[in-house]
Design a binder for this molecule. Structure first.
Ligand code: SF4
Length: 368
């Protein structure tokens, strides 16, 4: 069914939206000693030590680029051991990070679950700030670093905890589901979190006739189309996925009628209407792994297509390059600096973290 209502900051004049920064910044450094900068030259030793990693990415990183990346990759992999650190990388990270320095990769749900199993004392989150916050929420006693704390998200920035409290006042008793693409402040105010993989399942698990679903209006519309639960939505949007259009997809199909088009549910409805398959980041990857289409267009952030291309060279990827500028703030030099200087550390008010943890764990326990 269509969504029942859609709200935004303008509907709540006193919410303080835009006054309080929704994305807290990391702590600049650690009292622990910074390590010396490693030697970053392209040498035969670096070439030998990274040859097995280049094999993984040679389809998407040229031999001319590799000598600039390999010294960083070698240094980062060595420093992870020295710092007792693991690197978590989202599917939208570039292949040099995703395939060559990450220990755990996946979409936000996979990373949230894996974060709870990490043994190392330090987590370096290669993704955006809300992901690092989620790792900190689930690992309160570990050090969580993000190589650039300005790596935000248009969805997370679209709503505050105060907005959620005002929604609750307007709709008393209606449960609230928050997409994980929200700040800890918002997660602390909701009943349960969800990802694009489990959004319908989470909404239906509440056994309520109406649910407030925030902040992505397009994901809310997609969920509403898959369930009989009435959905009250928020006006947030992903600045990457909302740029795609139905016309663009029709042009791909006209150019090659046999092409398969798969889209993320953060895209607008006219885009999803043109797609052969709609699914979360993880579902899209599994669809390509299982179907092995000759040629596919992935309607999502473009590094994901690069990462799948590196894994499945037999599938031809058509890559509409909508980059997420926030994800691209994370680079090899910044990851190296993060490990050398132990910055920037993610810090969350313990009371907010405790409340946010309940919402995230409720989602994870549902999955388990
Ligand atoms: S791709 Fe969209 S949802 Fe993901 S981090 Fe970037 S702006 Fe946020």
């Amino acid at each position: 069914m269509p969504i029942t209502a859609i709200y935004g900051p303008d509907d709540f004049a006193q919410s303080g939206h835009g006054q309080a920064a929704p994305t807290p910044r990391g702590r600049a450094g650690s009292a622990e000693r910074a390590l010396p900068m490693p030697w970053l030259e392209w040498t035969s030793e670096v070439e030998r030590a990274t040859a097995h990693l280049y094999e993984r990415v040679k389809g998407v990183i040229s031999p001319i680029e590799w000598p600039f990346m390999a010294p960083y990759i070698k240094a980062i992999n060595e420093l992870k051991v020295t710092r007792d650190a693991v690197i978590l990388a989202h599917n939208y990270q570039t292949p040099d990070i995703f395939h060559c320095v990450a220990d755990i990769t996946g979409d936000s749900l996979q990373l949230a679950i894996e974060a709870t199993k990490v043994k190392a004392g330090t987590i370096v989150q290669c993704g955006v700030h809300f992901m690092a916050e989620t790792s900190k929420i689930l690992n309160p006693h570990k050090r969580v670093l993000i190589p650039d704390s300005l790596a935000g998200c248009s969805l997370a920035a679209s709503i505050t905890g105060a907005d959620v409290r005002l929604l609750r006042e307007r709709f008393p008793g209606v449960p609230v589901v928050a997409y994980v693409n929200t700040s800890a402040d918002v997660k602390a105010e909701v009943d349960i979190c969800c990802t694009s993989s489990n959004a319908v399942e989470v909404v239906e698990s509440l056994n309520a006739p109406t649910v407030i679903f925030l902040p992505d209006q397009y994901l809310a519309k997609y969920v509403a189309s898959q369930t009989d639960v009435k959905i009250i939505a928020w006006k947030g949007a992903c600045e990457v996925h909302e740029r795609f259009t139905g016309d663009e997809l029709r042009a791909y199909r006209e150019a090659d009628p046999s092409v398969q088009i798969i889209a993320h549910p953060e895209c607008p409805p006219d885009v999803l209407a043109e797609a052969d398959f709609t699914g979360s980041t993880a579902h899209m990857i599994n669809w390509v792994r299982n179907k092995r289409p000759k040629r596919v267009v992935m309607i999502t952030e473009c590094s994901m297509a690069d990462n799948v291309q590196a894994e499945l060279p037999d599938v031809e990827m058509v890559r509409p390059c909508n980059l997420c500028p926030h994800m691209k703030r994370i680079t090899l030099p910044k990851i190296l600096d993060s490990l050398i200087s132990l910055r920037e550390e993610v810090v969350i008010d313990p009371m907010i973290a405790e409340k946010a943890r309940r919402s995230v764990e409720r989602m994870i326990n549902l999955k388990n």
